[in-house]
Design a protein around this ligand. Structure first.
Ligand code: GUN
Length: 291
């Protein structure tokens, strides 16, 4: 059996077109969604992400505000910038690129963003709202994974889902979203015993560990849907957390790297910015962009 490839790149392009159409409708009401991205320091990978976020934001017709601060900036100065963005009516979404320099308290910075503009969904109030089934801003990468899973599988109810990785950015919110869709969810991590055996029971396997080609083909249940969140730079180029040669022999479907989850993350950032704009203006949530 050769697995079907879940084309995240094409799905994300369709999603951005829908978002662009909604942005055009809002323009007719005099509203331009605005996304502010804050980058502290000169980390090359972060600079690449921030540049492509700005370009895609403009491509869908939104306003993009970029703030680049030096590695040495004080936390107080960063908090003052966030306060200004919180109060700026042209800004509907605020993203502070992580990781922050070691002298900063990441939680204090994230929690300074007003929850309504927290398009990353990292603020403690949004984390709590997601966990308790209230209307939240949902982290972009897991939201993108959920959209791909629903599109491929339809209902997720009753399916066995294993999420490998327990980060606040991917693993934990992914598990919450799968649970909300009535999957039976297990979160696995570096201390999990007999991970291959656990994975073999998964109808849905989400790999978010950050280790190149970590998940082997013989860990995968025949016919399973495999979502590879990994983006690992190696001598062989970009590779995911799943051994794709192995997975393609066993899985029912899987997301490639590149061209799977990656493009969905930025598309969902734009989706969240549109949702935040609608909510700030007292309009209904745009169709199909929230879980
Ligand atoms: N760094 C790596 N991924 C992310 C993300 O999703 N959001 C932010 N703010 N920083 C990141």
């Amino acid at each position: 059996m050769t697995a079907q490839i879940i084309d995240g790149k094409a799905f994300a392009a369709r999603l951005r077109s829908r978002i662009a159409a909604e942005v055009a409708t809002l323009a007719g009401q005099g509203i331009t969604p605005g996304l502010a991205v804050v980058l502290v320091g000169e980390d090359p990978a972060s600079q690449v992400y921030v540049r492509s976020k700005g370009r895609m934001t403009r491509e869908v017709g939104m306003a993009s505000f970029e703030h680049r601060l030096s590695q040495q900036v004080s936390q107080q100065e960063l908090l003052e910038l966030i306060q200004k963005l919180n109060e700026d009516p042209a800004v509907h979404g605020i993203l502070v690129q992580l990781p922050l320099p070691a002298h900063m308290d990441e939680a204090a910075v994230i929690n300074a963003i007003t929850p309504d503009k927290d398009v990353d969904g990292f603020h403690i109030l949004n984390v709590g709202r997601l966990a308790t089934g209230q209307r939240a801003m949902v982290p972009c990468t897991p939201l993108g994974c959920l959209m791909l899973l629903r599109d491929h599988l339809g209902s997720l109810a009753g399916r066995n889902a294993v999420v490998i990785g327990r980060s606040n950015i991917v693993g934990k919110p992914m598990a919450q979203l799968l649970l909300r869709d009535s999957a039976t969810v297990t979160i696995a991590h570096s201390r999990t015993e007999d991970l291959p055996e656990l994975c073999r029971r998964a109808d849905i396997l989400v790999a978010a560990v950050g280790r190149p080609s970590f998940v082997q083909g013989d860990w995968i249940k025949p016919g399973a849907t495999v979502i590879d969140v990994g983006i690992n730079r190696t001598e062989d180029g970009l590779v995911g957390d799943v051994d794709h040669a192995g997975a393609s022999q066993v899985a029912g479907a899987f997301t490639p790297v590149p061209g799977g989850v990656g493009p969905m993350t930025i598309a969902c950032l734009l989706a969240n910015t549109l949702t935040a704009t609608a909510r700030i203006h007292g309009l209904p949530d745009p169709e199909g962009l929230t879980p």
